[in-house]
Design a protein around this ligand. Structure first.
Ligand SMILES: Cc1cc2nc3c(=O)[nH]c(=O)nc-3n(C[C@H](O)[C@H](O)[C@H](O)COP(=O)(O)OP(=O)(O)OC[C@H]3O[C@@H](n4cnc5c(N)ncnc54)[C@H](O)[C@@H]3O)c2cc1C
Length: 385
């Protein structure tokens, strides 16, 4: 049959790009279809940077995937021959019993991850720009880093093409159905593709179009991110050397994160709330404006924590978090589309895992066993017996 592929990857955000890259190394005939262009501002994967850390306060179940992802990020950087990982270290701050501090310490000890535990008096040795009240603690992870989001995702797509994959941009899959060969996909432009298996990585759109069985477990939310300029003569505070990636959990549980600028395309220090300022919207919602009350809140927070930053953001942007009920991931095999595997609901912290998740999806699509267990991310955890 003319248009039979081994693996079809639908949606080329970071998860789909990673799946395409890994599938192209395991299989001869791989096609990726992306509704938008090679780069775009929809979904969750756009922008300049993402944080990678291993002392994962969210839980030890993530560690095998983090270890595998770290290996593959390094492999990707080697193969594409340009820097995509910026080794800043990471500092995770808050009250001693907070999720971020207590959880990071627990994960670092359990995972044998290089770290230092800091009290408020020595936090500024590692993050000189921050001003904190007494009584907070931190974990410093020297091995944490920043991933160039733009270059890493495009790098994976390029690697896939070099391995023989084909990509179709600007066309969306509108229907998927079981077929005797595996799966039949119909696109908006009228193409029909057949594949032995499909990988569905359509991010916040996943439940709307192909996987209605996930609808009750996921919720797309729009979240803002902001960039801030350093004040004159404060540049040194915000260099990659002096500004590790940070998480800061406030007394009220609000978690702030920040990343130094890693390239000329990024206007300043990136700061946002991880678990506040989230609005439930449809994934097709294209109103990217940000509420004034959110801008006021972040400005006040930045003013008190980083006096060497101009506290009015120079830029603000919206992005999607596809949240699951427990803020973890949904990865597995569709119960309806028999030859389809999916990953979504990365709940605002999935980028760092992308090569590992893409590799696992590609393994399943070619009937191999993934190199780490996915059972913690199965939808079955929500199904009451
Ligand atoms: C502001 C922000 C900061 C973040 N920071 C971090 C961080 O520091 N560290 C970290 O690990 N994670 C972070 N994340 C989370 C991470 O970015 C996401 O988990 C990840 O990008 C999710 O990628 P995805 O491929 O699942 O989804 P998406 O990026 O949304 O990709 C889905 C793709 O599918 C395409 N598509 C949809 N429907 C169709 C169709 N029918 N046919 C074809 N294509 C289709 C879309 O156009 C899109 O390109 C952050 C997220 C945000 C928003």
């Amino acid at each position: 049959m003319k248009d039979l592929h081994d693996v079809l990857v639908i949606g080329l955000g970071v998860m789909g790009a990673a799946a395409l890259w890994r599938a192209s190394q395991k299989s001869a005939c791989v096609l990726g279809i992306e509704a938008a262009g090679p780069t775009h501002n929809y979904g969750s994967s756009h922008g300049a940077s993402r944080i990678f850390r291993r002392a994962y306060w969210e839980g030890e179940k993530y560690l095998p995937a983090l270890i595998h992802a770290d290996l593959l990020w390094n492999e990707l950087e080697q193969s594409i021959g340009r820097q995509i990982l910026f080794r800043t270290g990471g500092i995770f701050i808050g009250p001693r019993s907070s999720s971020v501090v207590a959880g990071s310490i627990k994960a670092a000890i359990q995972g044998n991850i290089d770290h230092k535990i800091l009290s408020s008096s020595n936090i500024r040795t590692y993050l000189p720009a921050i001003h904190l009240q007494d009584g907070v603690h931190a974990l410093y992870e020297p091995g944490a880093y920043v991933i160039s989001a733009y270059d890493s995702r495009l790098g994976m797509l390029n690697e896939a093409v070099q391995c023989g994959a084909s990509i179709q941009f600007g066309d969306s899959v509108i229907n998927l159905e079981n077929h005797k060969l595996g799966i039949q996909a119909t696109t908006k432009c009228g193409f029909i593709h057949y594949a032995k298996s499909a990988i569905i990585t359509t991010g916040p759109w996943i439940a709307e179009k192909f996987m209605p069985e996930l609808k009750q477990y996921i919720q797309p939310r729009q979240v803002p991110i902001y960039w801030f300029n350093q004040k004159i003569k404060s540049e040194e505070y915000f260099s990659k050397k002096n500004f590790p990636v940070f998480l800061y959990e406030r007394d009220d549980g609000g978690i702030l994160y920040g990343v130094p600028s890693i390239g000329s395309t990024e206007p300043g220090v990136k700061i946002g709330f991880h678990n506040r300022q989230q609005d439930v919207v449809s994934p097709d919602w294209k109103n990217f404006s940000i509420q004034q009350k959110y801008i006021t809140e972040i400005s006040e927070t930045v003013k008190s924590l980083f006096p060497q930053l101009d506290h009015s953001p120079i830029k603000a942007k919206s992005c999607f978090y596809t949240m699951s009920l427990d803020e973890s991931f949904l990865i597995g095999q569709s119960k309806i589309l028999k030859a389809a595997y999916f990953a979504s609901a990365c709940s605002g912290h999935g980028y760092k895992f992308a090569p590992a998740i893409g590799d696992a999806l590609a393994d399943m699509a070619v009937s191999q066993k993934p190199s780490f267990s996915l059972s913690a991310f199965s939808v079955d955890r929500f199904i009451k017996t």
